[in-house]
Every structure is written in C-alpha cells, then in structure tokens.
Ligand binder design. Structure first.
Ligand code: SF4
Length: 714
C-alpha cells in the first residue's frame, strides 16, 4: 500500500530566484511540486522547470556506487567508499609530493549547498594548501562579484525582490529574464501592469527576446557595446542635470574621473557604436535620471565578457550618480544563474576567496580563517588559485595533474570544448563527484563518486537577493550516494585530517561556517537550522533577534575603508575576437526557457524537452539570405575553434550580424550540437570570467548535415 502523500517545504534547485516549493512525497518518492505561497521569493508561483522536477530525480544514469578505473582504458570497477577514497587520497598525496599542492585542482558548482562548499573549501585551502578551488560560478557572475567589491567595498547585491514592487524604472541589461528567471520576470510584469503609465522598462539586448517584448523601450545594441551605451546615458544625465550632487558629494569618491570619462561619450558617438538611434539613448537616460526609484537587473549578457567587470562598474556608476542605491526600489541587482551561486561566494567558493568575503591575498584574512580552522596561517597559500578556465589550461599543458570535479559538467559548459577534452585526457587523475554517471564529463573519469542530489540531502542555499533558505532531506539517496559535504569530509579523513573533519551532520558544518561570518558583511550569526526551518532570512543577520536585512547600504555606509562608494571610470573596449572576412558574424550563446545548464536533469523530463528537442541557430533574415539559408534548413557554423551544425531559425528578432545558439547540448547528444565547440576562452582580466557571449563565426547552408562523416548522434 502506498504512503499517503505528505508535503514539505524546500526550494527549487534550479535558478538563483530561489523559489519556495512544496514537495509532495508518496511511497518514498517525490510525486508533485507546487509553489510555496509563503516563500517571499515567489509567493506560490513556480515555472515549468520546477513543475517537472519529479522525473529528474531518479532517471537512468544516476551514479549509485563509487567506481574506480585504475588504468586508463580499463573498466570502471565498483569499490567501497573506503577503498575509493583511499585510492583518491593515495593518488593526490603522490601528486602533491612530486609536483606540489598547486598541481591539484577542484572545480565545483553553484548547485552545491553552502555546507558542501564549506567543507571542500576548508579541505582544499586550509589543509591541502592550494587555492585551486574554483566553481562554475566563475562562468556565471564573477564579473559582478569583482565590480561590487571594487565599487562598494564588498560583494553582495544591495537589493531585494521586494524592491521590484517599489521601483518605477527597470533597466534590464543582457538578461532574458523572462526565460532565465521567469518568476522574477512575472513579478516585474505585474509591477508594470499595476502602474503602466509610471513604470518604465528598458531592455538592452541584441535579440528581441520575450523580455524585450514587454519593454517600453528595447535597445538592440551591437553585442559588446554596453559601456558605450551606459556611459552615454550618464553623460546625458550630467548634461541635463539629472544626477544627485548631494549623494555624490557625501557618499562617494572618484566622481570627477568618471564625469570626465563619460562626457567623452555624447549620444551621437554611442549611437554609432551601439547601432541604436541617438534619441533612444537620450530617452533611456531621461527615464533613468528622472525615476524616483531605478533598478538595474543584469546577468550573463553583461558578466560573460572580457569587459564584464567594467560593464558592471558602468551600471553601478549610473546608480551612484543618481543616488539610486540603498533606497526602496533602487539598486544595481545582478541576477545569479544558479540556486546557490550566492552561497558559494559567501563561503569563499572562488579561487581568490576565503569564507566571509575574505581574500586569500590578505594576510589578516588568512590568519583569521587559519585560527578557526586550527592550522598555521602559512598553511593557507597567499597565491590566488587558478580560475575555472585556467585550471583546464593548466591540465592541458601538464602544470596541473589532477582535477576533482564536483556537481558540474565542464565538458559541456566550458568554452572551447577541444581544450576541455585535451585537459581531461591529459590529466593524471580525474575524479568526478556527481549524481549522474552518464554526463559528458563522467566519460573522462578515473573515479566516480556518487552524490546525493535535491531533495536527498539537507543544507542551505542563498538566492540572488541574499535570502538563505533551508532545504530538508525529503527522500533517501539511491544506492550508496552521499551528500557532497560528507564525501568531502570522508576524503579529508582519508587524507589524514580526521580531527578537523569530524562533522557528523550538515548542521555541524553550517555551525562552523557561521563562526567565520561573525563581524563580516555576510554575518549570519543569528541564523540556525531551527530558525531557518520556520522561514528564510536575508543576510546580514548578526543575532538571533535580528530580522534580517532586505536592503544593504540604507545608511549609505559602504564597505570601503572610508565608508564611501567608489566611482570607477571605464571605457568601451572591443571584445577579444572581432568578426573579419573569414568569420564575419558574431555568436552569442545562452539558455532556452525550459532547459537548465547541461540538461543532466531537465533533459530527463519529457515535457521540458518536447518544446525544443534539438539545438538551433537563430540568424537575422538578411544574414540568412546572404548565406542562402532558409528557415528550417541545416546550417554549418564554424569558428576558429570548432564546428556546430543545426537547423536555422531565420528571424528579424536578432540584430543583423549576430547569431544565437543555446548552449545546453553537449557532444554526447551529438558531437556538433555543442555550442561550446565554437566559443572562446578569452576572459576578463579582473574577474577571469570567459567571453561566452561573443566570438566570430561563419555560417553556411548544408544540405547534408553530417560534416566530415561524423553524423550527429542521437
Ligand atoms: S524561477 Fe528559477 S527557482 Fe523559480 S521555479 Fe523557475 S527555475 Fe525554479
């Protein structure tokens, strides 16, 4: 007889909106997902991805047991946890002994829980003495992290979703919010409908997306020209007296350099570069400057660029110049793509960070963390670790010899997949810790460690608005799969660090991490699992009676040494690889509405796959005509790095000279279906975020879609 269904609260494990969900469990399995009406991120609404979570929990391909391949070319053999982790520990120790600690690297994910990140980070940075622990958040929003830190003194989006109901101007830059953050988008649309005359929405995007469809003003700029536009907007605001002189004088530094720089950007100059009418730049500037409460929302279209940090700084400059920060309905708001990318930032899940928004290069920060971890300060390296792309470059040239990949699929999601292929084949040791053993990345593994996934483990996650939610364990993991934090703790014990990794539960890891936030911008001393079980809270929350903090900087005290926000002058620089005669078009990549990252989970939900079962290339009608491409025909797309083949969608809804390809498909689903065959690993010099939104391509019609005899595998 089946158990009666019981429903428990959790949050959706997909995007950074962090929607609360009510999960019905029947017979030990998830039977239905509904929105949680009490959760302040979504008030009961959820999107299709969450509705169809149930079939993604136990599809075929789940990793069930530890597997070890002791010899390249040999078979993966089932092992006990102890044997598998002893094997990994032995191999890591040998590599460290021969080549030093920086010869090993760990690549994690914004889908880990905070406790998972914490235990791995402690092991790698505190005990293995390398800072080579980076995550796929590097590909997602490290430019926003860098810009917030440079301008405001620390990372952390200042806004809350509740500010959406209080804003009267939305500037959305490089974000198809309607598809990528659907519930935030619905909230925005409701705000517009509630006060259609007053509320204005500006969307900056080379494509006419569904987000652009509900905008009052769509600026289809040429990719890579955001700073020209943003500087020209600020220049217009200065000339028309639409800046807040008092705020600038009392709460900021660096204004004169920014003023001088942006005044070099009259509308006419920007219009020519951005390829949008001058009058529309002026209109956007006036709406922004005259708004009582302006919010800017941005995501990968800004961050995934060799100028990503500068673009985010240009956005923050607009807000500082108009005093649109720290007030209701205001602020520069970076939307995170993954459910716990924010938690990863807080806990130091990037290779230059330590927990509590500390930096590895700061000796005081290292000493504080070392003290709590019970190690000598020298044990934590003062060198920045390798960032995501640099790790794979290191593997490909032999400087890095081992990589441990946790809960992510870089053989699909990284730029320039040929490099990733080379890196993983050359590596002496590839450990893949994942809930799935059938991913593109797992095909390279010497060791597969089976991990529990949502909702098979408990822990906390932080959404885009700094709101920490508790996720309970609702069903048992299959086979011998374990929570990621527990795998890290067991591995640490196998490496000889038993005392420091004696965590008996996720809660024990959370309580230890919490100590490292005391007195820091991310202070969560007031939180506990018990408190979070009764509802999510926004940090900082320094004591148990503190209600949490919806909005940062409401006292206009920034986290810089002098308490003032910093203006930083930025200029428009071209992307790394410009179109030329051989590769005349620009490629931008992104998501589609119903898929998530590399389709490991969403690809297992038939209802989500049905609408768009295959990748495609979106191409402007005039570019298509010039290449003899008609709607629905196959097109072969080349860049300097590789080849992609798919059907064409010919449309006027993308700017001339620009093409779009969704990135979800990897080579296992068809070698030439992978958008990242084409993309470049050029990256921002500050944030080290790769330029996934811009590379040069050529496109031609093909009547036989099986180039070089390598037919697409289904
Ligand atoms: S908007 Fe994001 S968090 Fe909310 S239900 Fe959809 S995928 Fe999940």
């Amino acid at each position: 007889m089946k158990d009666a269904a019981r429903a428990s609260g959790s949050i959706c494990p997909y995007c950074g909106v962090g929607c609360g969900v009510s999960v019905a469990i029947e017979g030990g399995s998830v039977s239905r997902i509904r929105g949680d009406a009490r959760h302040p991120a979504n008030f009961g609404e959820i999107c299709a991805k969450a509705v169809h979570l149930a079939p993604t929990i136990r599809p075929s391909g789940r990793a069930l047991y530890p597997l070890v391949r002791e010899r390249r070319g040999g078979a993966l053999m089932r092992k006990s946890w102890d044997d598998a982790l002893d094997y990994v520990a032995r191999r890591l120790r040998a590599i460290i002994a021969s080549s030093g600690p920086d010869a090993i690297a760990f690549y994690g994910s914004g889908q880990l829980m905070t406790e998972d990140y914490y235990v791995f980070n402690k092991l790698v940075k505190g005990f293995l003495s390398t800072n080579n622990f980076d995550t796929n958040s590097r590909l997602c929003m490290s430019s926003a992290v860098a810009a917030y830190t440079m301008a405001l003194g620390s990372d952390g989006p200042p806004c809350a979703y509740a500010d959406i109901e209080l804003a009267d101007l939305f500037l959305i830059v490089g974000s198809n919010t309607a598809w990528c953050h659907p519930i935030t988008s619905r909230r925005l649309e409701k705000r517009k409908r509630a006060d259609p005359e007053r509320v204005k929405i500006i969307v900056v995007d080379p494509r006419r997306t569904e987000t652009a469809d509900f905008a009052d003003l769509h600026l289809p700029i040429r990719p890579g020209t955001d700073i020209a536009l943003l500087n020209a907007m600020l220049s217009t605001m200065i000339r028309e007296g639409l800046i807040d002189d008092d705020f600038i004088r009392q709460h900021t530094t660096g204004w004169s350099a920014v003023r001088d720089r942006v005044l070099e950007w009259p509308q006419a100059r920007a219009a020519q570069i951005c390829q949008v009418p001058e009058g529309e730049i002026a209109r956007a500037a006036r709406w922004f400057g005259r708004a009582e409460a302006a919010m800017t929302l941005w995501s990968m279209g800004v961050n995934q660029s060799t100028s990503g940090t500068a673009k985010a700084l240009a956005i923050i400059n607009l807000h500082l110049a108009s005093g649109a920060i720290g007030r209701a309905g205001c602020g520069p708001f970076s939307l995170t793509g993954q459910p716990n990318a924010m938690g990863g930032r807080e806990v130091g899940g990037l290779s230059h960070l330590l927990p509590g928004y500390r930096r590895v290069e700061d000796s005081e920060h290292r000493a504080q963390v070392a003290h709590l971890w019970g190690v000598e300060p020298e044990r934590i390296s003062a060198r920045r670790g390798l960032s995501a792309v640099a790790m794979f470059e290191g593997l490909a040239r032999g400087a890095v010899k081992a990589i441990w990949i946790i809960c992510t699929n870089p053989a699909v999601s990284m730029p320039d997949l040929d490099l990733v292929d080379r890196a993983l084949r050359y590596a002496e040791l590839v450990v893949v810790q994942d809930s799935f053993e059938n991913t593109d990345t797992a095909a390279y593994a010497d060791v597969i460690l089976p991990a529990a996934q949502w909702p098979e483990k408990e822990g906390v996650m932080t959404n885009s608005e700094r709101r920490i939610s508790y996720l309970p364990r609702l069903v048992d993991p299959p086979g011998e799969a374990l929570p990621d934090w527990e795998i890290a703790a067991r591995a640490a014990r196998a490496l000889g660090f038993s005392e420091a990794f004696s965590f008996s539960s996720a809660e024990a890891a959370f309580e230890e991490y919490k100590l490292l936030t005391r007195g820091r911008p991310t202070d969560i001393s007031g939180l506990s699992y018990a408190r979070l079980r009764s509802g999510p809270v926004q940090w900082p929350c320094p004591d148990p009676h503190h209600p949490g903090t919806p909005r940062l900087y409401s006292d206009y005290k920034f986290n810089t040494q002098d308490g003032r926000a910093r203006f930083i002058a930025v200029d428009n620089l071209p992307p790394a690889e410009m179109p030329d005669a051989a590769f005349p078009l620009i490629l931008t990549t992104g998501r589609i509405r119903n898929q998530w990252h590399t389709m490991t989970r969403t690809g297992a939900a038939p209802a989500l796959v049905k609408a768009v079962p295959e990748p495609y290339i979106q191409i402007n009608s005039e570019d298509a005509a010039a290449a003899g491409i008609t709607d629905g025909c196959f097109a072969e797309v080349r860049s300097r790095r590789g080849l992609f083949v798919a059907q064409a969608r010919v449309t006027a809804e993308i700017a001339r000279g620009v093409c779009f390809i969704p990135f979800h498909w990897g080579r296992q689903r068809g070698f030439f279906k992978a958008a990242n065959n084409l993309t470049t690993r050029a990256r921002d010099s500050i944030s080290e975020q790769p330029e996934l939104k811009f590379c040069a391509i050529s496109v031609r019609r093909v009547d036989d879609p099986a180039p070089s005899g390598r037919m697409i595998v289904k």
